[in-house]
Design a protein around this ligand. Structure first.
Ligand code: NDP
Length: 256
């Protein structure tokens, strides 16, 4: 029942584009407050404005709040003290969506740059872990909360040219599974969403800006769109409190 989302506070990392932005807007439509975080403050503000518009268009009587807080999850110094940057009336977060992530390059192991390897790990894995730790401490005190992590089909299998991205998403899968089991005696829920191909900015970033190389990947199939994944995230968050949707694996119909 979507009404379970009314008045909840959701924090989303990587909310400036793609899946994160679509998820922010869908939660806003459902009546939740949203704290939008990412590195690009100007783009984030545009998404926050879209949240306000979507909330109003959905006829929500509840006056949802949509705030932006700049955050680079790969920067440890920004995570310490991050809670204090959230406006005081929204500091009791109910749902954390660890969505920030990226892949640059389809590089064979011999061609990997260690800076690139560290960049992917520090965003996709270390940032996700640090933020989860911060909020789970608070969730435990308040005996409530839901952590939703973006894994990937790349966390279930590995492909040539994807060694590091696959390794980061396997790490997300292992971390999320262990966390769920650690929290089994609490009301805190833990979900991992594992999308297949979704056409977002991610697709172009992955090919270092080469749009035609990015488009080739989708030849012969219709990729998912960000809204398809947002729907799964919001669905998981709106289940009754005793239901934990542990893993959601979502593919375009012609991807296997
Ligand atoms: P996008 O590139 O559209 O969005 C990625 C978001 O992450 C952006 O908002 C970006 O914002 C943010 N981001 C990147 N690095 C950082 C950082 N260091 N700190 C904070 N925010 C950061 O990609 P998607 O929406 O497709 O990807 C979202 C998630 O879904 C990722 O975890 C990705 O791995 C996963 N995924 C995507 C798939 C796909 O095919 N698209 C398939 C499976 C999983 P900014 O630049 O403003 O910081």
């Amino acid at each position: 029942n979507a009404s379970r989302l009314i008045g909840k506070t959701v924090l989303i990392t990587g909310a400036s584009s793609g899946i994160g932005a679509a998820t922010a807007i869908l939660f806003a439509k459902g009546g939740s407050n949203v704290i939008l975080t990412a590195r690009r403050a100007d783009v984030l503000q545009k998404v926050a404005d879209e949240c306000t518009a979507a909330h109003k268009a959905a006829g929500m009587q509840y006056g949802g709040k949509f705030v932006t807080v700049q955050l680079d999850v790969s920067d440890k110094s920004q995570i310490n003290g991050f809670l204090e940057k959230i406006p005081a009336d929204l500091r009791e977060v109910d749902i954390l969506v660890n969505n920030a992530g990226y892949v640059v390059g389809v590089d064979r192991v011999g061609d990997l740059s260690m800076d690139n390897v560290e960049g992917m790990f520090s965003t996709n894995v270390f940032g996700l872990i640090a933020l989860t730790q911060l909020f789970v401490k608070d969730f435990k005190k308040r005996k409530t909360g839901h952590v939703i992590n973006l894994g990937s089909i790349a966390g279930r299998e590995a492909y040539a040219g994807g060694s590091i991205y696959c390794a980061t998403k396997h790490a997300v899968n292992a971390f999320t599974g262990a966390l769920m089991r650690e929290l089994v005696d609490t009301p805190i829920r833990v979900t991992e969403i594992q999308p297949g191909m979704v056409e977002t900015e991610f697709s172009v970033i992955r090919f270092r800006g080469d749009k035609s190389a990015a488009d080739k990947v989708y030849e012969g199939l219709q990729p998912l769109v960000a809204e398809d994944i947002a729907e799964e995230i919001v669905w998981a968050a709106s289940r009754p409190p005793h239901v934990n949707l542990a893993e959601v694996f979502v593919l375009p119909v012609n991807q296997a």
